[in-house]
Unconditional design. Structure first.
Length: 354
């Protein structure tokens, strides 16, 4: 554990301790116990959102290299588990999911003996769409969907006078901040740096396809954005995924005895996601998620004790989803190593035969 991670953990835990110290612990545990069994349906809401988000990512691939639903969902689950539970600045999981899916597609190509004619799954595949480009486009579209999803809830809070005009603008700025940062990261200068990093991580590999140069990483990303139909489809899937996440908040608060409207739940979940993304330096958003939930739930009339009970259930759900996801990651990495050794052995035998 490096120094930055250790400091982030200490700050996050300190914030949680400070928040809990100011609340009625008896009321918090009573509220959590009242909805203790709610963890099971909460897992269902999260599983549905992961599958929907995986469908959004899958829709960005070209038809000859469309990955199986199961592989895409598995990679998406592993990526979310890594981002949620490990100190990877909430982006390491996306690198891992891209690398795992790229490996699967490369193995499938190898099995079909099409590597030499179609190129690798870096930038040289037909259409110039690389796995790395789909990950970047998927991240961007997810944040666009998050912003769109939060707007109706913000409008309702402002209309009901729960938010002043300046506070509403501040919330809008927070919701748009992660998207703005990601778009900035896609500028040409930053792209050159991230391309080198992605190449070292094995996520992308440039090459030629049938004598024609493959698209560069930046061109591959913008090529994807230019395919308006699939972008609209992916955005629709992400909006459905955010609806599932808001459904979890709506359902849990109802069980906790403080029901809210669907638009209020959308505002809570959309802004909570934006706050966690903006606080990427704190591992798992420790302290940030709890403080944001108290503030956001307070705007819709939910007391702090129930908001913290909601936070506890969310943390338990993150562990219940994330820990098996990390085990699945270990199993997937073992599969990658076996496949790599097998492909190397086949290549050596082919060279000897020549």
């Amino acid at each position: 554990m490096n120094l930055r991670t250790a400091i982030g953990l200490m700050v996050g835990l300190g914030v949680i301790v400070a928040i809990v110290a100011k609340q009625d612990l008896t009321a918090i545990w009573a509220a959590a116990a009242q909805a203790g069994w709610a963890l099971i349906p909460a897992l269902g809401w999260r599983a549905a959102s992961i599958i929907l988000a995986a469908n959004a990512w899958r829709s960005l691939f070209v038809a000859p290299f469309l990955p199986p639903h199961r592989r895409t969902a598995l990679a998406r689950w592993i990526g979310e588990a890594v981002n949620t539970l490990l100190p990877v600045a909430q982006v390491g999981g996306d690198v891992i999911r891209g690398r795992l899916l790229r490996h699967h597609l490369a193995i499938r190509d190898h099995a079909r003996k099409a590597q030499s004619s179609r190129g690798s799954h870096g930038h040289g595949i037909p259409g110039g769409v690389s796995v790395a480009a789909t990950v970047v486009a998927d991240l961007t579209l997810n944040l666009v969907a998050q912003l769109i999803f939060a707007l109706p809830g913000l409008w309702q809070l402002w209309r009901s006078n729960d938010l002043t005009g300046w506070r509403a603008l501040g919330c809008l700025g927070i919701a748009a901040l992660p998207l703005g940062l990601l778009l900035l990261a896609q500028s040409p200068g930053v792209i050159r740096v991230t391309t080198g990093l992605a190449r070292r991580l094995g996520l992308i590999k440039e090459g030629k396809t049938s004598g024609h140069p493959g698209l560069g990483f930046e061109q591959a990303v913008w090529h994807l954005y230019g395919r308006h139909r699939i972008v609209a489809v992916a955005l629709g899937w992400h909006l459905l995924a955010w609806t599932c996440r808001a459904g979890e908040v709506w359902f849990l608060l109802r069980l906790l005895g403080h029901p809210v409207g669907l638009l209020d739940a959308a505002a809570i979940e959309g802004l909570l996601g934006a706050v966690r993304a903006a606080a990427f330096l704190l591992p798992a958003g420790l302290g940030v998620q709890e403080g944001a939930l108290i503030l956001l739930c307070g705007w819709v009339g939910v007391p702090p004790s129930s908001a913290l009970a909601l936070a506890l259930i969310k943390r338990a759900r993150e562990l219940a989803v994330g820990l098996p996801g990390l085990l699945a990651w270990l199993a997937a990495e073992q599969e990658v190593r076996r496949d790599t050794r097998r492909m190397s052995s086949v290549a050596v035998k082919a060279d000897k035969a020549l």
